[in-house]
Design a protein around this ligand. Sequence first.
Ligand code: ZN
Length: 125
Amino acid sequence: MAKQETLSKEQIHLEAERIQVGSELENLRAAMLNEVDTEPDEGDSEIFEREKTAALIAVLERRMQDIEHALRAIEKGQYGLCERCGNPIEPERLEVKPDAILCLNCQREVEAINKRNRGRAPIRW
Ligand SMILES: [Zn+2]
């Protein structure tokens, strides 16, 4: 960071989370690489474990994107505004989920749409 600024509470929170998610991702990716060596006849549980790890990596990668997105929004002074409708996101919501990019209303709508579209790629704002 070039400028000497005081970090906001959200930034500190998000940075801490980014580091945490980043190290989890690193561990999981390393685990995946190790598991590639397992014998093919080790059975379904190995495959299941690997799929679980892959799914977890996908979730964390998505989370990482949200965190970075939120950090950029803070820099642009747009943090806390809903990406979809532009209204401020509920402060209680940001308290629990500092990387939220949608207000509660939009989040519900997006989830409802994704539920109807189950099986297809989820939409994302
Ligand atoms: Zn909204």
